[in-house]
Write a protein that binds this ligand. Structure first.
Ligand SMILES: O=P(O)(O)OC[C@H]1O[C@H](OP(=O)(O)OP(=O)(O)O)[C@H](O)[C@@H]1O
Ligand SMILES: Nc1nc2[nH]cnc2c(=O)[nH]1
Length: 189
């Protein structure tokens, strides 16, 4: 059988439904709006996975009266695969970051290599402050030292997850929920 998104859904568990995720995003916006009140942070969406989350989060923050300067970047170390490799930059933001407060929006903090590389790059560009908003944080003890989400929505189990921005072999990013592949399906890929 083809290992397509229908196969992945048939071999996965629903972890967080749409209402849970969208309520979590609305909750996250509150401390973010409080922390950034009176400033206009550079709001960097981390493509591709961060796109649905970032759009929703930006609207929730806007509803609380905080303006955002939009830009985006694309750095990937999975490239459609289920385990990570070297971090590859595909697009860097055009907005000068020197002296700016930066808020990064990504779908998942897993082992932290991606966000560590991105945070370091923003600091090297002279950002005054770099904060991380991640929709999901994976529960394990393999995260690299010094990387944690300043704001996070939900926790996910230590399994391969997809939906709400996250892909299964570049499919399923627009599923409005988060699913986890069974460990057996992951072994059979
Ligand atoms: O914490 P880590 O173990 O480094 O993994 C987290 C990163 O992995 C995913 O990106 P991916 O490389 O799959 O790129 P994509 O968003 O384009 O799918 C996700 O969007 C995070 O950026
Ligand atoms: N789709 C997806 N991307 C990831 N990047 C890091 N961990 C994961 C994961 O579990 N699923």
């Amino acid at each position: 059988m083809a290992r397509d998104i229908a196969w992945a859904l048939a071999n996965s568990d629903l972890i967080h439904d749409r209402d849970t995720l969208e309520s979590a995003i609305a909750r996250m916006a509150q401390p973010i709006a409080a922390d950034f009140a009176g400033s206009v942070p550079v709001f960097l969406t981390i493509m591709h996975g961060g796109l649905p989350f970032a759009g929703r989060l930006a609207m929730e923050i806007g509803a609380l009266g905080v303006d955002l300067a939009f830009d985006y970047l694309h750095a990937t170390r999975y490239r459609g695969a289920t385990s990570g490799g070297e971090l590859t930059w595909k697009h860097r933001p055009a907005t000068p970051l020197a002296g700016r407060r930066v808020l990064l929006a990504d779908d998942i903090l897993d082992e932290g290599h991606t966000l560590r590389g991105i945070v370091q790059w923003c600091r090297d560009e002279g950002a005054a402050e770099v904060r991380i908003a991640a929709l999901a944080v994976k529960k394990h003890d393999r995260c690299v030292d010094g990387v944690c989400a300043d704001y996070h929505g939900v926790e996910v189990p230590d399994r391969y997850v997809f939906g709400y921005g996250m892909d299964f072999q570049e499919q399923g990013r627009n599923l409005p929920a988060i699913y986890a592949l069974t460990d057996e399906a992951l072994r059979n890929l």
